[in-house]
Design a protein around this ligand. Sequence first.
Ligand code: HXC
Length: 258
Amino acid sequence: MSEALVLIERRGRVGLLTLNRPKALNALNDALMDELGAALLAFEADPDVGAMVITGSEKAFAAGADIGAMKDWSYADVYGSDFITRNWETLRRIRKPVIAAVAGYALGGGCELAMMCDILVAGDNARFGQPEIKLGIIPGAGGTQRLPRAVGKAKAMDLVLTGRLMDAAEAERSGLVSRVVSADKVLDEAIELATVIASMSLPSVMMAKEAVNRAYESPLSEGLLFERRQFHALFATEDQKEGMEAFMTKRTPQFKHR
Ligand code: HXC
C-alpha cells in the first residue's frame, strides 16, 4: 500500500494533520488535497476535537500546487474541472479553528493553504511567497485576495507581481503570521496554541471564528450586528453558565462544549 500523503494524529483535543510528500516539498496534488479534505471533515465531525493543526516538514510546509501535474493542462482541462475547487474549498468550510504550523517554504498554493487557516505560526526559517508570476500564471486559490487583506495592498502587489519570497520576520511585521519561533519548535508552539483554544467552550470558539471572519465579508454595521446576535446566542449555552460561575467561585471552568 502506498504511504499516506497526509498523516493523521490526535494530541488530546487537537487534530494534527501532517502533509507528507517531503521529497516533492509537499507539492499539493489532487490525491494529497483529497486526503487533506477528508481528514479535515473527519476532525470537524469528531466531538472530541476542538482545534486542528496543519503542518509540513522542516524544509517545506508546501511549495505549491504540483507543477508537474499542471504543466500540460489546457484551458479546457482547468476550466472544465473548475480547478481548484476540488477539495481546496473544504478548508474554507471548516468551522473549528485551524492553525498552520509553517516551517520552510510556503509558496504558491502552499502559501494560500496557510492563509486559509485561522492562525499562522511560523518557524524562523519560513519563506512565504506567491511565485506563480514566474510560471506565467497568477495565484488561483485566494492569494490575490487573502494576501492584501493580511498584509495590505502595497506588499501584496510587491509579492504577487515579482514572485519574491518573504522571510518569517517580514511576515510577522506585516501581519501575515501571529508568532515566530525557532523552526524546531514551530509544531510544539502550534499544538500548545491549539490546545489552549480546544480547552475553551467549543460553541464560543466556533462563533468567535465565524464572527472574526465576518469582518472580511461584510460592512461594519452588519458585522457588529452579527457579533451581537452570536454574543446573545451564547447565553443559551451551559458553558456560559459554567464559565461565569467558575469565575465567581474562583475555580477552573469545566466546559462541556454545549
Ligand atoms: C512540483 C515541486 C514543487 C512544486 C518543488 N518540487 N516544488 N514539484 N511542484 N510546486 C520538487 C522539485 O521538482 C524537486 O523534485 C523537489 O521538489 C525538491 O525541490 P528543489 O527545487 O530541488 O529544491 P530547492 O532547490 O531547495 O528549491 C526549493 C524551492 C523550489 C525554492 C521551493 O523547489 C521551487 O521554486 N519550487 C516551486 C515553487 C513554486 O513555483 N510554487 C508555485 C507553484 S504554482 P526532484 O524530483 O527534482 O527532486 C501554484 C499555483 C497554485 O502553487 C494555484 C492554486 C492551487
